[in-house]
Design a protein around this ligand. Sequence first.
Ligand SMILES: [Zn+2]
Length: 489
Amino acid sequence: MENGVYSENCITDFPPITYPTQVSLITGTYTGDFRKEPSHGIPLLNWMDRDVAPPILREYASKNLQIYKINEEMGNNCRTILEMVGDGNKASIAQFINRGSDYIFPERKTKLTMFYLFLKYFPSVKRRMIRSNSVIAQKLIEVFEKPKKFFDNSEAPIASSIWFMSSDLLMHKYGYDSYLYKLNLLHIDKVIGVLIENLERLGYLNETAIAITSDHGNYKANKIGNLNNFFKKNSLTNYHPLKNLRGNMDLAYYASVGFFYFKGINNSNIKNSWTRPTLKELENYGSKRINILEKLFKINGSHLMYYRDETNIYNKGTIHLKRKIKDTGKIITGKIEYEGIGKEYKTRYISEDNNTDIFNFTNDTMASRLLDNKFHSTQEWLEATYHLDYTMHPDLIPRHLKNPRSADIILCNDETIKFGIHHGKQKSNNLYDHDIGLRKCMAVPLIIGGSLEIPKKEIPYCKITDIVPTLLKLLGKRPHESVMGESLL
Ligand SMILES: [Zn+2]
């Protein structure tokens, strides 16, 4: 850190969940309408694909290897850093997002998934976690030491990506404040030291840049909630592809941010197809004729709601915002408008309340300046909100909702309660999570060190998508047109 570039305020993506954040990190772009604009196609860890009939439920952390679809589902309007660095050997160690790599560890798909599940479901033994970190670093050292064993020539890799997944798994299970979690971070630091020592011994360190970051931070909820009564009372049933395709909604993912998909009234004659509901349908939904846009605020702890306007297209549209004020229960409204794509993309954030606003930017001198009824760029939002909760939300929320795979309604809780729901099923009972837009989940550290060519400087704030263009610049390469970040050098 002291010999390179570093920042304590590298702002990750929304939602700050492993996917999409890692895809944004590795491609240097954000999600969006991946069919039509520079962006990647991964909105969430779990999502529903309504483009096919019957709809498909995606769950990247499932045991049936769905994670392997991620490289294809990112789409063709983005590139991984390994695809952008050009000719040369490229290695990907324990990282599922590995398009463009010549060597992938573990070699067989099932092995990587087994490795992941092994850690996830049996992380109780300290030795096991230590071993997983060591295996990852040792494998990369071996790739440098004996390239001929892994590639079809004897050149060392020009770019490699590695993922230490142990920290996330231990954080969920034992907490970020646990002894085991802290011990594991120290151990990751130690194996990075071993990696650096070996790169030096092999003579590669002087021409190497090493970027170290995290995909998200974390928080702790007070309790786990249950929504069974809420669903029953409102005649909402979760879609089930194996049980006669029943259900009128899909609650794809809900820790403290709920991603709700609803079944619109279908006028097409394609059997079992789902359409996106109109706002009118959502206001008068199901057999009980409930107003979803109000009713969801009855869920314990919920206070923010985001949904798209029906007229939205990929390069122009409006996102509707609501906030329930905790003490009074009063609902205030606002909106985000977006226009343009790629580097021309800008957003305007409007409060429809005179005293306050949805993300509470009004009280901050820097952020309140952007509530000026004008369109602002990604960089402007970063500069004005990196130090706040709901960091960059006026920029990131529309990007997320432009992806046709994202939900109809996003419901955000305060940090008091979480639900642990995956496609309607209560799955997780861990109080530790990271999906809400609070600063402690969105701001992560970034270190780029290694070669002495890297300037020494502290960057006050940056974004997760800046890493790819910075590394490419050090290599003398130009980023693909889809890259939304900027070089930090
Ligand atoms: Zn996690």
